[in-house]
Design a binder for this molecule. Structure first.
Ligand code: SF4
Length: 224
């Protein structure tokens, strides 16, 4: 399995990835900087729309959550949910949102989205429910293929997320998945611990509903 992953920003790869996303019926946009993301989003959603999001460092870094919470939109605020019942209610309400925001764990150069989730409210909303899904991805999320996507999650994304979230997992302590380095047939391999965040592996290919999923690629490193 390769461990390269794009090490520096390469506009040829970014442009090719955007073309492939579009050929898979996903709208693709480019923002040179994180600061350009908000003006772009303002063009894609209307005041008063119901909006929410999955857990994402990228959204915080781009100021998206502050925008959603600005009073301009009907924001389903997951941070206000405290009890398990309230949290479940918020997660279910998200399926009726006009727009659901998030990021992807990886975007392949062939225009596939790769996401791995534990609770899976995030990936399930990507698949069905919200009228549109807007994913913001730094160029560092672009990978050559699904092998690299798998590696990226096992070696970087999941360990950093389990550490951030305080999950009791092998990777939170060791810094990488115990199955890192095996080939892609071991995509679903990993720990058997209760805090595992790699439960559902979702690959989004060509979409039936054109442009329901919109991907904003950003020319900065963002998220994990
Ligand atoms: S399977 Fe377990 S150890 Fe491997 S990346 Fe996921 S949470 Fe970490």
């Amino acid at each position: 399995m390769g461990s390269a992953i794009m090490e520096t920003k390469d506009m040829r790869i970014i442009n090719r990835t955007m073309q492939k996303l579009q050929s898979n019926n996903m709208a693709a946009y480019y923002a040179e900087t994180a600061a350009e993301v908000i003006p772009l989003i303002k063009r894609l959603i209307k005041p008063g729309e119901t909006v929410t999001h999955g857990g994402s460092e990228t959204l915080k870094q781009c100021g998206v959550i502050d925008l959603l919470n600005s009073g301009t939109y009907n924001y389903i605020d997951r941070s206000k949910a405290q009890t398990p019942e309230e949290i479940e209610k918020v997660y279910r309400e998200a399926y009726f949102a006009d727009t659901y925001f998030g990021s992807a764990n990886a975007v392949t150069e062939s225009g596939l989205l790769y996401n791995v989730d534990g609770n899976s409210n995030r990936v399930s909303a990507y698949l069905y429910g919200p009228k549109q899904v807007i994913l913001i991805c730094g160029w560092n999320k672009i990978v050559k293929d699904l092998d690299e996507a798998t590696y990226r999650v096992k070696a970087f994304a999941s360990p950093q997320n389990t550490k951030r979230l305080g999950c009791e997992t092998y990777c939170a302590k060791a810094g990488e998945c115990l199955s890192v380095g095996r080939d892609a047939s071991y995509m679903c391999d990993g720990c058997r611990m209760d805090g595992r965040i790699c439960c559902n592996y979702v690959i989004s290919a060509r979409q039936r509903q054109r442009d329901r999923i919109k991907v904003i690629l950003v020319g900065e490193e963002l998220g994990y």
